[in-house]
Structure formats: structure tokens, C-alpha cells
Design a protein around this ligand. Structure first.
Ligand code: SPD
Length: 425
């Protein structure tokens, strides 16, 4: 061989799109392609991008295999670089063509490091050594798979050990990942909805703020909330006679019952009336003044939740609230979703009156930017700070052994940074 290595640049066309979007399968295939060609794997790192696309690299003792996929075109670009004689990259080529169900592929081979142009240099090997060998001298093998939620400017990545649930429902892609840092995580259409380890922030804040300021809440309605976290928190309030929850997608409920049982733990509670239906339709048909608290626990304003961000829907929510009723919604990130954030507050202000609408914040590490907002809109005079009883709130938090909400958090959550205040004005 007159060169240090062989590099083949590969194109796979008309591959199965669902394979091109399956990060776990692609990682296994790339590792399989390395192994079958006789390579020794040291590390592999793969990312799935939201909503689709995978990138990854398998580092081998003999160099690397790398991939980028475009599921929407059924296309994968791969490069395989091997040094020495022992590993044949064309074996990997054939293996991947089959694994990706590619209709056809093409590849060119380049010789890398032309021996005739190289001269050997002397250097101190010890100083450059980064010894990551195990006791028997073989390299330590590590594996990284990443889920990434991103827009074109910001991304959040979480390392995971694979998917536990993956179903395309009638409404959206429902997935549960086994993340290494945040436990099992529910995503809808590639967006993080909740994780076992930080869900309590969102669910305690969306629930206890209204229920501890309303004078005497008896009936509550949750629109969305299929994971069950909001219902679980609401049902801690013994004064409530009934909680109605209307979730459009039974696959969300199924995924959470199976894989996020600590969040879904109250879905069979006797006071919970769980309805699988369209929340917009339910609100339209509900009697005027029939709920003291309405919580809109929606996804982001794309896909099935789009209608939950419309003026008409909120006018209907206003109608079904009792005279001193309170509506709470998750109102996105003021930093990440600033356009939607502003629109939301304009709409609520126009329906409830500007001085009846308040924004509060909480810190949720797995949501874009970590800064998340909730809106509090009162039909009557209930004020989130003036009508809040510190003692009662402290006692509730202590007795229930809550993880985030307490009387201090309740007050401070309404203190807004100036840039957020300006956006609401
Ligand atoms: N981008 C995240 C928005 C998530 C809002 N809903 C979460 C549902 C948890 N019950």
C-alpha cells in the first residue's frame, strides 16, 4: 500500500426514511459496519435532530466512520476512513447499503497520506500520549447517543440510552427516551414535554399557584396534560370535588402510564374524570361558569396544540370560568419563543383585561433556555399575590412535601426581569 489510509466517500439514495431518522438503529448499523470490516471501536457519538436527521461518528482504532442523514430525501452521506491493511472499508459500504435499505449507492475511494510525499519525524511519544487503555491494554469503548431539540439558532442535547416508546399517533410523534441525566423523557414531535427528574417544577407551578389563591376552588379543568403530572398535583387539594382532564391523544396517556409511572400516578384517581377528546370542542360545549380553575397544559403552538393558542378558544375558556375563576396556561419561554410569548399576553389582556393578567416564571432545565413562563388570568378579582395566604401556602408545601413550590417561590415567581416586563407591556 502506497498510502497511510483509504477514505471512501459514500452516497446512499432512496433509503427507508424512517431508518434515516432512527438514531439508535443508525448507531447500531454504523457500529456493525465497523465490526464486520474488522475494525476496533473506541467510541461512538450520535445525535438525533428535531424534527428529523441524524449525525454521528464511530471512532475506530483504524480511524473513523461518519454519517449525516436527510430522512426527508431518504439520503445518507457517509465517509469511512481506514488506516492500514486490516480493515476493508468496502465491506462496511455493502453492509450499510443493506442496513439502510438503500435503493442505490455510489462511492469514490481516495488514498490518504501518499507515502511518496511523507517523511518520518522524530518526536517525544510520552508527552503526547493520552492513555485511555484498560488494564489489558485494549482501548476503552464508550458510547454516546444524543437527543437534540433545536431551532436554527439554539439547541439542547440530552444523552440517552435509547427509546422506550415510539409511536406515530393520529396527532403527533410520541416518544419516550431513557435519558442519562433526567430519567425517562416524553417528547412530542421531537419537543421535550416532561422528564422524570425535573417535571415537578412545571407541574407544581402550573397547579398550586392558582389553587392556593382561588378563595374556594371546587371544580377544575385541565386541557391537555396527558402525562398526568398536572392532575397528580391538583388532586393533592382535598377541597376539590372534581378534576376533569381532556387529552386529545390517548397515545400520550399510554406512553406515560407505561414509562413515566411516577408522573401518571393519579390517572386512576376517583375524583379525576379523564376524557380522551378534543379540548377545544369540550370547552365549546361546556356550561358557562362551570369551572373555578382551568389549566391549559398544552404542548408548544405547533401541531395539535395550535388551536389552543387562538383568541376564540380563550374567549370560550373565559365563558366557562365561574365569576371568581382563574385560568392558567403555560406561556412558553420569553427568550426562546418571544413572538408567541408577546402574542399570548396581548390575547389574554384583550379578553380578561390587562390588569387581570399576570406572568410568572420557573426554571425548567430541559425546556429551551431553562426559563419558562406561566400566565395567570383572573375573571374576577383574585390576585396572585394580594390574595395569597403565606401561612396556608407554607403549610401546604410542607405537608405535601413538595419539591419546588413554597410560599417564597410563589411570591418571587411574579418578580419579572425588565426585558420580560417590556415584552408584556
Ligand atoms: N417546550 C415545552 C413545552 C411543554 C409544555 N407542556 C408540557 C406538558 C407537561 N405536562
Amino acid at each position: 500500500m502506497a498510502s497511510l489510509g483509504r477514505h471512501i466517500i459514500v452516497e446512499y439514495y432512496d433509503c427507508a426514511p424512517e431508518i434515516m431518522n432512527d438514531v439508535v438503529l443508525i448507531q447500531e448499523s454504523m457500529e456493525g459496519a465497523a465490526e464486520i470490516a474488522g475494525a476496533t471501536i473506541i467510541n461512538s457519538t450520535f445525535h438525533h435532530f428535531s424534527p428529523y436527521g441524524v449525525s454521528g461518528v464511530v471512532v475506530i482504532e483504524e480511524s473513523h466512520l461518519a454519517i449525516h442523514t436527510w430522512p426527508e430525501f431518504g439520503y445518507a452521506s457517509v465517509d469511512i476512513f481506514t488506516c492500514g491493511e486490516a480493515v476493508d472499508p468496502w465491506i462496511s459500504y455493502q453492509f450499510l447499503k443493506k442496513a439502510f435499505k438503500a435503493d442505490h449507492g455510489s462511492a469514490v475511494e481516495l488514498k490518504r497520506g501518499e507515502m511518496a510525499l511523507l517523511t518520518r519525524k522524530e518526536f517525544d511519544v510520552k508527552q503526547l500520549r493520552d492513555d485511555k487503555s484498560s488494564d489489558d491494554g485494549s482501548p476503552i469503548r464508550t458510547k454516546d447517543i444524543w437527543f437534540t431539540e433545536r431551532d436554527d439558532k439554539i439547541a439542547l442535547s440530552l444523552k440517552h440510552d435509547g427509546k422506550l416508546y415510539d409511536v406515530q399517533s393520529d396527532f403527533q410523534r410520541v416518544e419516550v427516551y431513557k435519558t442519562q441525566a433526567y430519567g425517562n423523557m416524553l417528547t412530542l414531535d421531537g419537543m421535550v414535554m416532561t422528564t422524570e427528574k425535573d417535571e415537578y417544577v412545571y407541574h407544581e407551578m402550573i397547579t398550586h399557584v392558582p389553587l392556593l389563591t382561588h378563595p374556594n376552588p371546587k371544580r377544575a379543568l385541565i386541557i391537555g396534560g396527558g402525562d398526568g403530572g398536572t392532575a397528580r398535583e391538583m388532586l393533592r387539594h382535598e377541597g376539590l370535588d372534581e378534576v376533569v382532564m381532556v387529552e386529545i391523544d390517548d397515545k400520550v396517556i399510554e406512553a406515560c402510564r407505561e414509562h413515566l409511572p411516577s408522573i401518571a400516578s393519579a390517572l386512576d384517581h376517583p375524583k379525576l374524570n379523564l376524557i380522551v377528546d378534543d379540548g377545544i370542542k369540550y370547552v365549546k360545549e361546556a356550561a358557562s361558569g362551570s369551572f373555578d380553575v382551568v389549566v391549559v397544559d398544552s404542548t408548544d403552538p405547533v401541531g395539535p396544540a395550535e388551536g389552543l393558542f387562538s383568541v376564540d378558544f380563550y374567549k370560550e375558556v373565559y365563558r366557562i370560568l365561574s365569576d371568581d375563576g382563574i385560568m392558567i396556561t403555560q406561556s412558553e419561554s420569553p427568550r426562546f419563543n418571544n413572538k408567541v410569548f408577546k402574542e399570548i399576553y396581548e390575547v389574554y389582556g384583550s379578553i380578561f383585561g390587562k390588569d387581570k393578567v399576570h406572568c410568572y416564571l420557573a426554571y425548567i432545565p430541559t425546556y429551551p433556555t431553562g426559563m419558562w413562563s406561566f400566565s395567570y388570568s383572573a375573571k374576577g378579582d383574585a390576585h396572585p399575590l394580594n390574595d395569597f395566604n403565606k401561612e396556608k401556602s407554607k403549610k401546604f408545601s410542607d405537608v405535601q412535601d413538595l419539591s419546588y413550590y413554597n410560599e417564597g417561590i410563589h411570591e418571587s415567581a411574579f418578580a419579572l426581569p425588565n426585558f420580560v416586563k417590556k415584552m408584556i407591556k
